[in-house]
Design a protein around this ligand. Structure first.
Ligand SMILES: [Zn+2]
Length: 342
């Protein structure tokens, strides 16, 4: 990108109510068969237009074709039984009923590549595509086969790498791996989590991003945040590993969060997608609030490496609130852009 401070979103955006019930995670589809395929494509068109009308520079699919950022990819794999469910603690935080790994995992065909080709055909703007990271995938499953988090993560990394390479060929400019689990299992990240992410990114020539956040604005997450104290220093434990990795962009939660922004100094040199929109709060930021977060981040990120973004996905918000937040992001970035070019 030649433009200074190119804007983007961390991932999901709300879906139209004719496609699935809004403001809900894992919301079931309202359509079936051919009508569902067409409905998903229409939703992609709408989300793309909304991003472009708001002036977002790096666009995405807003995850319109997936029910959930982790499970939809897993649904495309063999070796996982979605009928056989177990309750596990996700991110060490909340109980969820999840599918079971019952055999060797494999990817019989690509999962998102047709959707990515469709999005590519609709715009010339740079596209970012999100995939779950290996560690976040294993944390959203019950494993009755490998019985080793590490072994399963390496298997998933291989499959993610195949998918990512096909997405790259389809014309995706930035592939982002979502790793909220990196903010919880620090020892594992430094032990093998980062290595499995490297495996997932191996050989990619497009830009590679990792998104590490404090989660969607759901109750389990906001309750957890209340226990983290006044300074959130989780990033400090994993940034040295990220600094040494081949990751190009790091997507972080910065706005309204208790993350001391000077921690970003630890990944100096990387491009940073600075979360300047709070997704856990329905209040729409003013452009000046967004600009303020960006100015603070500029102390630790070079201007040509700063990418204004949202803290996390906006799927659980109403469309109206999400649109307002996209507009605020654009307007706030423009304020700082003008200051930098003055
Ligand atoms: Zn997130």
């Amino acid at each position: 990108m030649n433009k200074l401070l190119p804007t983007s979103t961390a991932g999901s955006l709300p879906k139209p109510s004719w496609l699935s019930e809004p403001e809900k995670l894992w919301s079931p589809w309202k359509l079936e068969g051919e009508a569902l395929i067409e409905g998903k494509q229409d939703a992609l068109r709408v989300t793309l237009m909304e991003q472009q009308v708001a002036g977002i520079d790096i666009v995405s699919d807003g995850e319109q074709t997936r029910q959930h950022f982790v499970t939809t990819f897993i649904e495309g794999l063999d070796g996982v039984d979605f009928e056989k469910r177990e309750t596990v603690k996700i991110r060490d935080r909340y109980d969820a009923s999840v599918p079971t790994v019952v055999g060797a995992v494999s990817r019989p065909k690509s999962v998102f590549v047709e959707d990515a080709k469709f999005l590519r055909s609709q715009t010339k703007a740079p596209i970012k595509w999100a995939l779950p990271g290996p560690m976040t995938m294993i944390d959203t499953l019950y494993d009755a086969h490998y019985k080793s988090r590490e072994k399963l993560a390496w298997e998933f990394a291989k499959l993610l790498n195949e998918e990512a390479k096909e997405l790259e060929t389809a014309g995706v400019d930035i592939i982002q791996f979502d790793e909220p689990a990196f903010n919880v299992f620090f020892e594992e990240v430094n032990d093998w989590g980062m290595a499995t992410l490297e495996r997932a990114m191996e050989g990619l020539k497009c830009q590679k991003a990792v998104h590490i956040c404090y989660g969607y604005g759901i109750k389990a997450n906001t309750d957890w945040k209340k226990t983290l104290g006044s300074e959130w220093r989780q990033y400090e434990l994993i940034f040295p590993s990220i600094q040494k990795s081949s990751v190009d962009l790091v997507s972080l939660e910065c706005h309204n969060s208790h993350v001391p922004l000077d921690l970003i100094e630890l990944i100096r040199g990387k491009k940073v997608m600075v979360g300047s929109i709070d997704v856990a709060n329905k209040t729409i930021e003013t452009p000046e609030e967004v600009a303020d977060t960006l100015r603070k981040a500029l102390q630790f990120v070079d201007a040509d490496k700063l990418y204004p973004c949202t803290n996390c996905g906006m799927a659980p918000l109403s469309r109206e609130v999400a649109r307002g937040k996209l507009n605020a992001l654009s307007a706030g970035a423009e304020i700082v852009r003008r200051e930098l070019q003055a």
